[in-house]
Design a protein around this ligand. Sequence first.
Ligand code: ADP
Ligand code: MG
Length: 426
Amino acid sequence: MNYNKKTVKDVDVKGKKVLLRCDFNVPMAKDGSGVITDDKRIRAALPTIQYLLDQGAAVIACSHMGKPEPSFEKWAKKQTEKGKDPASLTKEKWEKSLEALCMEPVAKRLGELLGRDVVLAGDVVGPDAQAKAAALKSGEIMLLQNTRFEKGETKNDPALAKAMADLAGSDGVYVSDAFGAVHRAHASTAGVAAYLPAVSGFLIQKELDFIGGALANPKRPLVAILGGAKVSSKIGVINNLLEIADTIIIGGGMSYTFAKAQGGTVGDSLLESDWLDYCNEMIAKAGEKGVKLLLPVDTVIADKFAPDADSKVVPNGQIPDGWQGLDIGPETVKLYCGAVKDAGTVIWNGPMGVFEFEKFAVGTKAVAEALSETDAITIIGGGDSAAAVQQLGYAEKMTHISTGGGASLEFMEGKELPGVACLLDK
Ligand code: ADP
Ligand code: MG
């Protein structure tokens, strides 16, 4: 995939209407009060929005929020499958479920952050959106309703994409800045690019520069640290990095499947028996390719999966029955921290242990600290990994923490991202 894409700086937006796809899929309070519990994603979108407004564009922002079901029949079917009594499923309840995913709170918060009015459309491409978009002037911003209120959004329906593009008019521009959604080929993330010149905003540009740069042309040696819960969810990432990295470090829950594959005992640790052969093949492949592969030498085990479990350190692959590995051990910490010291680039995906429990966050914290102390370019991908680095207080010290969980994983897998591929090449 070509990561060298045109950005907002490569197009003239003065006096034009810009359809801007953002990621405003923010977490909301569960009580239906419309309170946004974390506005990080809205704040992250501000630089691109401010730039466009300063350049004299009229900004038509849009985003999806949650997973609304735009058809009552389908909604009722899904609820029934979840075990709800069909007789209780009224149209009112369905409408309420949609109401909870309206963009009002986002428009309000965005307005507060920008210090100006944000006009909210009552629909996505309907009469209200059309009228408000037509009336929108240079330097003004409006927000469309939840793009997933339209059935065609997730189906990437060309008619919907065209209708969205039409809001920006014949000389309109499409700016994509929703990195968290670029792995999805939806009408608002990819389809519209067929009807408008399409460029990236600053958020996507940063992701492409750092992750794309590290994958395509890394400062070497490139060290990949891979952990997290399961081998199976990381196969794509492992396979791709095996082609690129100089060193691969394995930690976290997935390391026990490797330990078992090598003939060890892992007690009650996370184990994926279907992937034992894969682990051995991967070890062999690393050898053939001359990729240095580091596996844990010791591990912290616990007598239960709990924050207050009894724990002790044992050699890797020697876990007694009734115990489970929840973190890498102190010798492994030394080994791994040493391996990142002279790296040119470090890509990290997947915590080294159950960092949510303080007692088993030691390995993850030590690796984060080692990364914060290197001169290497440090890139964190994956939702939980980003959360871990933030929670442990090392976020400011990293070169780049990806804002897209699923999207960053697919990026690291080397997959083509539809929301990036559709943008104009530089
Ligand atoms: P990411 O979202 O960054 O891609 P994953 O979702 O793959 O990361 O993995 C994160 C999860 O892995 C965390 O919730 C963490 O508790 C869990 N995990 C890490 N090590 C272990 C372990 N030894 N046993 C069980 N779970 C683990
Ligand atoms: Mg995860």
